[in-house]
Design a binder for this molecule. Structure first.
Ligand code: ADP
Ligand code: ZN
Ligand code: ZN
Length: 686
């Protein structure tokens, strides 16, 4: 060891799992874990995060370069944050800066040059402060409502928590979960203010679209507590400003989507995850972390309480409630006192349809409009029709790149196009059948566009509004539609999932689910869980403020348990039945899974990689307690011209699974086979 020299292990801002050693002089400039540094990289410079320091390095001295300087103005990351990152890395089996660095706003990861104007952190601080000062004072909220007895009990229970606990706020739709979060956080922040503290709360929501809405409500109710919003779809400068305000505890409430869980909140005192069951809390690409799991781990390591709110908690969560690990806070009735909607199941096998709607559904819509109320017609399929067919030879509009059909869409011009929802390939509709030349190509099935056409024919007088991702792409279109619904200038709403989440429509009393079956018999074992959550959520839009509301569900399987449970508004009944099935079948949450996927030009190449990976895994002593399945094609076996295969690894013990995954991945990384692969721990879709 050379006296007076220290070495830092640095996660450099590069897409690599490796850490790199740099030298520093502890006497001149002490460097510690959590510091942001500027380091030389090849002929340029990069920003890096010091993960650890040591007195020695394994590298030959002449190959180690010096840290140039600390990154000016950046706060040192706390030991707790580094611990969270380490936990997250282990959970998804990655290393280095792959998760930590991208979680920090780009503008704050820039190595300063002589020509850079000022210091990035200074600009970010000014921006947050000036926007706070310039923001018009939020219009005062109407007097907060008097809590219902159930809400009060939930708030009391939350306030009684000392230290860490996980509470599940299981509230039917419209039960006023948000009000419970607010009252609890208010009490917590006020008490902390009185004690001269500076506590922070983190509020996670599933959808970017829901963040402005919630942030507005929070601003009204917390006028004295600065708020920072964090999601992936905001201007870089705002994200930098808000992230830094969270890191330095100048923002007291952080409202954000899954990435906000990685914000290094200095004084974190409470966490809320709204709609905790939502799949969007799981990152869908890159490191597949689960923001829910991370938030729970974070709360545990900080010793603070966390609330998971949902009308349909994930079965993982429900299982933990059942075993007494999580505290259960039920809200069984709606805050407005309104009855939950009646549920009527309409059998599609026996009832004839017009435009995809059965006669009772058409009647119900007519009555609703006549009464001056609103109806929502739900179909989770956008476009005009899911497939175009040649009736002469049976040709279907398949995608050449993917194992999927190209969906018929009507463009704003009125022209029809075939679009693949997976690879976005977009082509005009062929004049005649590519195989037999027949000119009569017909749309089969129905998407929201075609459904809207049908409704216009059935109800020519009605004012109809549609919402799906195609509509939402047009700037301001979503807000305009939601405003119109709230103003009562829309009678009939048609749309997808986008209409199901979070909205509180005053006059809506009927919900019609056009086709509940697509999710029922999917290969994926989580399909019924997702279907139930979706149906519950969309049904929950009906009758939030008016009596006599109804949900009509069209299905070919009216006797299915999902509908029975829904009609009884009995989530527990559904969840227990599912958990029994899962236990018998040896599925999560009774086993833990990891999925290795391989993507290659040919399925042979992907298969070869997975076979080799299997061999590598089975050669490890740590693999003994694991079940390693054979490689099989993924549900979408071809995507963007690539073949995709998967291999499932299971264990009844999470620990056993992780003990084997880490060395396995290291060996896989060394393979350099040219085949892309990815490991997904706790995969949501199999
Ligand atoms: P959830 O998220 O549980 O579906 P919300 O938080 O959106 O429900 O609340 C549903 C509606 O009930 C909102 O309009 C809300 O303002 C209202 N609300 C909440 N609590 C009360 C209460 N105690 N008394 C009256 N109205 C309430
Ligand atoms: Zn044909
Ligand atoms: Zn495609």
């Amino acid at each position: 060891m050379i006296a007076g020299v220290g070495y830092a292990r640095v996660a450099v801002d590069l897409p690599t799992p490796e850490l790199f050693d740099y030298r520093f002089d502890p006497a001149a400039a002490p460097v510690a874990a959590g510091h942001w540094v500027v380091v030389p990289w090849a002929r340029s410079r990069k920003v890096g995060l010091v993960v650890a320091t040591a007195a020695t390095t394994e590298l030959p001295a002449q190959r180690v370069r010096d840290i140039e300087r600390l990154l000016p103005g950046m706060p040192q990351m706390s030991a707790e944050w580094l611990e969270l990152i380490e936990f997250a890395d282990a959970a998804v089996v990655i290393t280095g800066g792959e998760l930590a660095l991208p979680s920090v706003p780009k503008l704050l990861r820039v190595a300063p040059t002589p020509s850079s104007r000022g210091v990035a952190t200074e600009r970010a601080r000014k921006r947050f402060d000036s926007r706070l000062a310039a923001a018009p004072p939020a219009p005062p909220a109407a007097m907060p409502p008097v809590l219902t007895a159930e809400q009060q009990a939930a708030v009391d229970s939350l306030q009684s928590i000392r230290g860490h606990a996980v509470a599940v706020l299981h509230g039917v739709t419209g039960s006023g979960k948000t009000e419970v979060y607010f009252r609890w956080l208010q009490a917590l922040l006020d008490a902390d203010d009185a004690a001269g503290g500076n506590a922070q709360a983190l509020l996670l929501v599933p959808e970017i679209a829901l963040t402005p809405q919630l942030a507005r409500r929070v601003a009204q109710r917390f006028p004295r507590h600065p708020i920072a919003v964090l999601h992936s779809d905001m201007p870089d400068a705002d994200r930098a400003a808000n992230w830094l305000a969270a890191a330095e505890a100048r923002a007291r409430i952080v409202v954000g989507t899954r990435l906000a869980v990685l914000a290094p909140m200095l004084r974190l005192a409470a966490i809320v995850i709204d709609e905790e069951h939502d799949a969007s809390f799981k990152q869908q690409e890159g490191p597949r972390y689960s923001a829910r799991d991370l938030a729970i781990a974070l709360a545990a390591s900080r010793g603070v309480p966390i609330v998971l709110g949902s009308a349909t908690p994930s079965l993982e969560t429900w299982h933990a409630v059942g075993r007494g690990r999580y505290r259960m806070l039920p809200l069984r009735s709606r805050a407005s006192g309104a009855e939950p909607p009646r549920v009527r199941v309409l059998p599609l096998r026996t009832l004839p349809t017009r435009h995809g709607l059965t006669e009772p559904a058409i009647e119900a819509i007519g009555e609703t409009i006549a009464a001056g109320e609103q109806a929502l017609v739900f179909l989770n399929r956008r476009g005009f029709a899911p497939v175009l067919v040649c009736e002469a030879c049976g040709w279907l509009s398949g995608c050449e790149q993917c194992d999927a059909y190209r969906v018929l869409h009507r463009a704003a011009s009125g022209r029809y196009r075939l679009i693949c929802h997976h690879c976005a390939a977009d082509q005009p509709v062929p004049r005649n059948c590519p195989t037999c030349g027949n000119v009569d190509l017909v749309p089969m099935g129905r998407g929201t566009q075609r459904l809207e056409d049908g409704l216009i024919e059935l109800f020519p007088q009605a004012r109809i509004g549609r919402l799906d991702r195609d509509v939402a792409r047009r700037r301001g279109a979503t807000e305009r539609l939601l405003d119109a619904v709230n103003a009562g200038t829309v009678d009939l709403l048609v749309g997808t999932q986008m209409l199901a989440k979070g909205h509180d429509f005053e006059r809506l009393t009927r919900v019609i689910v056009v086709d509940a079956d697509s999710g029922l018999f999917a290969a994926d074992f989580r399909a019924p869980e997702r279907l139930f959550a979706t149906l519950m959520q969309v049904a929950g839009r009906a009758g939030r403020h008016r009596p006599d509301s109804e949900v009509l569900i069209q299905t070919r399987y009216p006797d299915h348990l999902v509908f029975d449970a829904l009609a009884r508004h009995d989530f527990d009944f559904f969840a227990q039945a599912q958990l029994r099935e899962r236990r018998q079948a040896g599925l999560p949450p009774f086993v833990f899974q990891a999925l290795l996927t391989a993507h290659a030009k040919t399925s042979d190449a992907a298969l070869a990689l997975l076979r080799e990976a299997k061999g590598l895994l089975l050669a490890l002593d740590e693999a003994a307690p694991l079940t390693v399945c054979d490689p099989v094609p993924m549900p979408l076996a071809q995507l963007r011209g690539e073949s995709r295969l998967q291999m499932l690894v299971e264990s009844p013990s999470r620990k056993a699974l992780h003990v084997a995954l880490a060395p396995w991945i290291e060996r896989l990384r060394a393979l350099r086979s040219g085949v892309r692969w990815q490991l997904i721990v706790d995969p949501l879709e199999i």
